[in-house]
Design a protein around this ligand. Structure first.
Ligand code: CLF
Ligand code: SF4
Length: 528
């Protein structure tokens, strides 16, 4: 049988199908499909680009920034210091008794720091984790609503650790007044959280801002914030600062509107657009949490991201980190660097040692890249004839190095790849609760893991036990350990070639998958 004529493309949720505000979240199904296709347009995730996709001076800025380069986040770490407690606006998704929801999971920041304490902490982390290349100020309030603390931290750090890149995240209200200061400290990565470009949408998200010594509310507040955000972005672009836009996807409020946001920020020179799911739980005490505003499902998030492809480059590997996160994205080592532990550490900031470690990381990265390209070519050569519009999602258990190298039971997140005959494209990740606890599989965790990857046709793992294997199969997700330790893209393409071959031979029937849930809150060491 001709595979191309027998395979239907997989149906994903389209942008027009995001459920209206207040509509109940449907339970995920193991086999049910959703209406129209999504995922059209070419891959435009510039954050996954390499040196061939961008000018050298831009590549030099992003190549070891874990947020600005998807590829770099496997190799380099970032840390945040919580020196900015105050905020000048109110977002309906934020309760500062917790964290800044736009850059962190809603959990209490363990310790707010003075600039002096922050610098000491950065030096301690940098001497222990030589691949930590970026320091960000991302809350728990707004970095630029606390300009003295933020810039004092950067000034002092530059004197003692000039190789660390500086990064800030802001709501943008104070930004235009501080662009000179940002440039003075060579902060060449700025994130602005922009959730709307229409104040009528904005007034549903921001109840007030503090502006010109008074509180401004309603439409007027959103209008001022919008104008300041656009002006700030334009000023940063004019000064050559790489600017990333974070947007919180709030179903029923700004879902379709984010396509317009993407267009407007691209016009003004934004380098990347990071569309993140709303985190909203009643216990966080936020307005949205208390009014029952839900966050998006996995397919709703993907539909909006896909609809933005071709516009500003998309970031899809954000982990919505804490304001005091330390380590690679997706891991949190902040507990190793509490103030009392730092006091006992012998801190030796050795620039040469850091550089030679990072040179080794680069070498390994280059050889991995070359090996991966070779492996991919061989995988594509095995591919039979497949319908060109057929795309499926696969979940991958990995602990790094770009390989399928993690036991199913040890995964706290799965990377998600969209696979077609042409490519295996990274499209996101899904957090899950650890299945294997204390050496035993926790069967109660399985339903939540299945829900998190329910839109995937297969899960690629290094190894998997008999019990989860059976349950995944029963849910319609194929557990695959045949490609253990291979490069992820190669493994995904090889599996896809095998899968489509089985369909073509009539051994199985291709079924569309259902939707999947986004687990609220970030991975933390304690959660594992
Ligand atoms: Fe931090 Fe943000 Fe700088 Fe990165 S985080 S201030 S740009 S160094 Fe990164 Fe974390 Fe997502 Fe932010 S993964 S929440 S995008
Ligand atoms: Fe909270 Fe950040 Fe919004 Fe301020 S800008 S209210 S800290 S989410």
């Amino acid at each position: 049988m001709d595979a191309s004529s027998s395979l239907a493309s997989t149906a994903f949720i389209g942008i027009g199908q995001i459920r209206p505000l207040g509509a109940p979240v449907e339970p995920v199904s193991s086999g049910g499909g959703c209406g129209t296709t999504g995922g059209e347009g070419k891959a435009s995730c510039g954050s996954s680009g390499g040196p061939d996709d961008m000018p050298q001076e831009i590549w030099d800025k992003v190549k070891n920034h874990p947020c600005y380069s998807e590829e770099a986040h496997h190799h380099y770490a970032r840390m945040h210091v919580a020196v900015a407690p105050a905020c000048n606006i109110q977002c309906n998704y934020c309760n500062r008794k917790y964290d800044c929801s736009n850059e962190s999971r809603p959990g209490v920041v363990s310790q707010k720091l003075t600039p002096e304490q922050a610098v000491k902490k950065v030096l301690a982390v940098a001497s222990e984790i030589p691949q930590m290349t970026v320091l960000g100020v991302a809350g728990p309030g707004d970095s630029l609503a606390n300009p003295k603390k933020t810039f004092d931290t950067f000034r002092m750090l530059q004197e003692s650790a000039p190789d660390i890149k500086l990064c800030i995240s802001t709501n943008g209200l104070a930004l235009p007044d501080l662009v000179d200061e940002i440039c003075k400290y060579n902060i060449d990565h700025v994130t602005i959280t922009i959730n709307m470009v229409d104040p009528a949408v904005g007034e549903k998200i921001y109840p007030w801002i503090f502006w010109d010594h008074k509180r401004v509310t309603g439409y007027e507040a959103a209008r001022i914030l919008h104008e300041r955000q656009m002006l700030g972005l334009e000023m940063l672009t004019a000064r050559g600062v790489l600017t990333k836009i974070n947007s919180v996807l709030i179903p029923g409020i700004n879902d379709e509107h984010l396509i317009e946001v993407n267009r407007e920020v691209k016009k003004r020179g934004a380098f990347l657009h990071n569309i993140m799911p709303l985190i909203s739980e009643a216990e966080h005490g936020t307005v949205f949490g208390l009014t029952g505003q839900r966050g998006p499902t996995a397919q709703e998030l993907k539909a909006v991201q896909d609809a933005c492809m071709g516009g500003a480059n998309l970031m899809r590997h954000c982990r919505q980190c804490r304001a005091d996160a330390v380590g690679l994205l997706g891991e949190d080592r902040s507990e190793e660097f509490t103030l009392d532990k730092i006091e006992e550490m012998e801190i030796v900031y050795d620039l040469d040692k850091r550089k030679s470690y990072q040179d080794k990381v680069e070498e390994e990265r280059q050889s991995q890249h070359a090996a991966k390209i070779e492996a991919l070519e061989s995988a594509k050569a095995q591919m039979g004839e497949v319908a060109p519009d057929m795309k499926v999602l696969v979940a991958v258990a990995t602990e790094g190095h770009g390989r399928v190298n993690l036991h199913f039971g040890h995964a706290t997140e799965f990377q998600i790849f969209e696979v077609s005959a042409a490519e295996a494209l990274f499209v996101g990740h899904r957090r899950v609760d650890l299945y294997c606890q204390g050496g035993y599989g926790e069967d109660e965790q399985l339903p939540s893991i299945v829900k998190a990857i329910n839109d995937c046709h297969a899960v690629l793992v290094a190894k998997i036990g008999a019990c989860p294997r059976d349950e995944l199969k029963a849910a319609g997700i194929e557990p695959v350990d045949a490609f253990a330790h291979e490069f992820i893209e190669k493994a995904a393409l090889s599996w896809f070639a095998d899968y489509t071959g089985r369909i073509a031979r009539g051994e199985i029937t291709h079924q569309p998958r259902g939707d999947a849930s986004i687990r609220q809150g970030a991975y933390t060491a304690e959660a594992a």
